[in-house]
Design a protein around this ligand. Sequence first.
Ligand code: ADP
Ligand code: MG
Length: 784
Amino acid sequence: MVTGNQNRAPRSPPAKRRGTTIQVSLDKRGKTGVGRTTARQPLAESNHKKPVAGTSDFPGVKDSENGEVVFGKEEVEALLNEVLKLKKLDAKGNMQLVTDYSKRLKLGLKWSFQEQEKLETELETSRKKCIDTETEMERKVVDLNSFLLNLKNENAALDEKLAKESSEKLDALNHHRLEKDARVDAERLQASLSEDLENIRKEKLAVDKQVISLSETYKRLQEYNTSLQQYNSKLQTDLSVVNESLTKVEKEKLAVVENLSTLRGHYNSIQEQLTSSRVSLDEAVNQKKSLDNEVKCLREELQKVREDRDRHIVQVQGLTADILRRKEVTEKSIVDLENLAAKSQALQEMCSSQAEQICVLQHQLATANEKLKMADLSVIESKSKHEGHEKTISELRSNLADLEQQLISGENLRKKLHNTILELKGNIRVFCRVRPSLPDDGVASEAIVSYPTATESLGRGIDLIQSGQKYPFTFDKVFNHEASQEDVFLEISQLVQSALDGYKVCIFAYGQTGSGKTYTMMGKPDRKGLIPRSLEQIFQASQALTAQGWKYKLQASMLEIYNETIRDLLLPRSSNMDIVRTESGVSGRQYAIKHDADGNTHVSDLTLVDVCSVREISSLLEQASQSRSVGRTQMNEQSSRSHFVFTLRIFGVNEGTEQQVQGVLNLIDLAGSERLSKSGATGDRLKETQSINKSLSALADVIFALAKKEDHIPFRNSKLTYLLQPCLGGDSKTLMFVNISPQPSSSGESLCSLRFAARVNACEIGIPRRQTTMRPIDSHLNCG
Ligand code: ADP
Ligand code: MG
């Protein structure tokens, strides 16, 4: 009933968060996530096409110009909140109303899919745009910052250089001034020296003249001296001649004296001669004396002249030395002067080059300042741009948040619609899973299954090839041999979630022995199956709901139906005496199945274990699988020859809202569905197989009777169908896995399984109902 929507418990949080894992709906019709929004027509509709009534007369639905039906959020909300006015005793009318309502809901769902798709694309583009802009901006800011930093560094370096150059320039100017002073001093000195030099030159000239005159005098004096010497020598010669003549005279005197005696005659004369000679001698002596005096005088004069000359020579030498010295000094000062001139030239050159350099530096500084200004301007510009961008980003962000909000509400709406459609549809959903080829299978000659690639049956179709003939099938979902345990669980996680929301959920695996039923339901320690994964999810979700005031109590039971006998798999081993199989298949303890008015099933004496953690459940599963009956057939050494039923009862109570929910999760691993001839069983095994086949055909009978809406549904024909009556009878959400083996030798069995599954899939067996109540005051969790 539609009124079942009232007093709804809060939706459990989705199994996986958006963005990390695709949230999965019960079947792929409403699969969320990017790129997987193709909605599928409900199977009942696709398999039995019925004419669609016009929509223009639907309340809250508008017709667009091109004739398409246009929905709005309000229309959909109105549609959802619409209460169907069903008339008593007018089943046909009511049916028509429900059908119309369902069609409108379908249209609404379609619209919500389109809306969601649009919103997702919009969101994606704005996200991308936002990310692009952000990255671009960040890159720009980083670039500008580094450019600014470079410029600042350059500027600092230039400033430093400028300061250095300025101080150098100051030094150079000081130096230049000093040099200038030195040069002026040197020039002054040079001028005075030049004057001195001039004076000295003049003096030198005068001295030269004097020297020349002195030399001339000296020459003359020498000549005079020579002449005097000549005269002296002449005088000496004369003297010697006189002396000789004197001697001669004396000799003659002697001769005369001699002759006097002898020549007394001559005495007088001689006397006279003597006297005259004496006079002449005196004269000569006087002459000699005067000459001697004259010579002495001359000698003195010569001496004087010589002394004078020597003095002059000394003076000349001193003057020459002085001149030489002066010359040297002058030369030195000329050299100094030249050096100083060269230095001053160099300094001037340096000065001019430094001035040039300063000019260049000033120019550089000006350009750097200009650049800095430009950079400042560009920084300001980019800052304003950045601010603009940031504004845009924040706008985009708020837009994004809005869109996300819209998306979330759209998603919620879609879920609501999807759930409503599922509830209204009411047929058993069927998933098909093909296991991979195993090493034990041997080399397969050819593949017996293929998967159609047409869009309408993508992921839902499977073709079985037998004896060259192709048998096509379509289910709610087909998992090929590559599908992982996680892929499979993702598809059913929402169904498991509904158990927490108060639904009865029943998932069973059907297929021949060795097709992968136990693998799908239980899995392996490293590749966990649906049962452990479902329990983990329920624990996590129930813990997450405690924040909203929900408290959950979980009770697990595990049984198997072997040869039409129920066995408690959680009984302690010692007390489990009743598990001994008897020839008749009747065990010691009888477990009675009872259904109460609320549609809850009770099995008398069955062990119910309160579970509080995943670990506890794991050990229970371990215990159950150990005590489970396994037989040996040709097909599968560890094949289960019994139906395994895991039941988790969920009791939830919300202290805040006084709400109570009761959900049930049944996970069933059916025994192999193969026909008798195949397993080659005899004796006990034959009996087992017969029993299994009987219960499976009872299951089929129940389903088909339900589909035909027969008055009598043969639930009691087998323990399995009786146990599952509330689940099959239309109150629960039921999903069947049909497991297929890829072996060519199993193609016959596979075809049977697929045909059975297809028939089940086409059955409409009822509308699932949630079991929620308002809690009576002071009531406590009642686990029934
Ligand atoms: P069933 O319970 O239907 O008799 P099982 O679940 O025991 O079949 O599977 C038979 C064998 O095939 C097991 O060894 C199991 O590990 C393997 N198997 C089944 N399905 C798969 C799968 N999807 N991937 C890998 N191995 C699988
Ligand atoms: Mg098995």
